[in-house]
Write a protein that binds this ligand. Structure first.
Ligand code: GTP
Ligand code: MG
Ligand code: ZN
Length: 313
């Protein structure tokens, strides 16, 4: 029988059958040996074939994934973790404070979405907490990220609930909710489902970035063909399955300038006659986007930022 994984705790999996029944399943040990370097052979969003064996249901086959989002389990780790699969939309929820989301985190997430062919969206939540000073950051993020061709929505979930625009955006899709702990992912799920499906952090915990309220990824049904996947907050996002030279190709704001680079091996660090560096100087690429790009090159691909000595003019 065909079913879709809606929750995974590591040893037990809950799947939703095509007749909308939730079934507890286990995974035969052979799957764990088959996929080296991956912490979870089965991810939320996977389509699987299940068979009954005695009292238990077992996952017998994992169907090919249409796409998936994968990240390093932690920065120094060699292991990878599949966040979720078969996604139509990946929503990163960011907050300007309580907690502070860095653009570096958002940009890593976006590069991954573009590389895996998943449409991203940005929700900036807790705008009710934004002071005048934060408003200029809000405006900058909105302008820069919209210009990458992605939807950007501002929300104050606790005060004004979920905007209609968001409901239209997710309609008919399987969407992932992603972001640091405490940004309001589970609050969003509860607002949409109109009940407390997911435990959310107590107000006192809202400032504490280290506290994780959601511990497992889980898919919730909004309507027949609309699903939202809540995930545990993460601190860092390590890139996977990508080469250094590809990074700029997954940055839509860099793309139009790549053809102006003199060298086709250009990593846009300090090579001469580089279209990307020129675009940054001319303000055509936001400075913070470029700095985040350099940090990714250095941290994830060990590219020394002094790679090529700048040529004298
Ligand atoms: N001021 C304010 N607080 C909010 C808003 N949305 C959510 N919160 C609060 O932020 C806290 C954290 O919300 P959660 O929904 O638990 O956050 P989460 O992203 O699910 O966190 P993890 O499960 O740990 O990853 C809760 O106390 C919410 O009430 C908002 O728009 N404004
Ligand atoms: Mg949560
Ligand atoms: Zn270049």
């Amino acid at each position: 029988m065909k079913a879709r994984v809606i929750r995974s705790t590591g040893s037990w999996y809950i799947v939703r059958t095509e007749s909308d029944e939730a079934v507890n399943c286990r995974l035969p040990g052979r799957f764990k040996q088959e996929i080296e370097g991956i912490t979870n052979p089965v991810a939320v969003g996977d389509w699987v074939r299940i068979e009954q064996s005695g009292e238990d249901w077992m996952i017998e086959e994992i169907y090919d994934r249409q796409n998936y989002l994968i990240r390093k389990a932690s920065r120094m780790d060699k292991q990878f973790h599949i966040v979720a699969s078969n996604l139509d939309l990946a929503v990163v929820i960011a907050t300007i404070h309580s907690p502070r989301t860095s653009t570096g985190f958002i940009d890593r997430f976006l590069v991954s979405c573009f590389s895996f062919g998943i449409q991203p969206a940005l929700v900036i939540n807790k705008v009710d907490l934004c002071s005048e000073k934060h408003k200029s950051i809000l405006n900058e993020w909105t302008q820069v990220y919209s210009s990458l061709g992605m939807p950007v929505l501002l929300t104050a979930l606790i005060e004004s609930g979920v905007p209609q625009e968001f409901m239209e955006l997710i309609q008919g899709k399987t969407s992932l909710l992603f972001g640091h702990s405490g940004v309001g992912k589970s609050t969003l799920i509860n607002c949409i489902l109109g009940e407390s499906k997911q435990r959310v952090a107590a107000i006192s915990g809202a400032l504490n970035k280290g506290r994780h309220t959601t511990t497992h990824a889980e898919s919730f049904t909004v309507d027949n063909n609309t699903y939202l996947i809540d995930t545990p907050g993460i601190r860092e996002f390590g890139l996977a399955e990508m080469e250094a030279w590809e990074l700029s190709h997954y940055s839509p704001d860099f793309l139009p300038h790549l053809e102006n680079c003199a060298f086709n091996t250009c990593l846009h660090v300090n090579e001469p006659r580089c279209g990307v560096q020129t675009a940054v100087e001319q303000g055509k690429i936001a400075n913070f986007r470029y700095l985040n790009y350099l940090r990714m090159l250095e941290a994830d691909f060990n590219v020394p930022l002094t790679r090529i000595p700048p040529l004298p003019d």
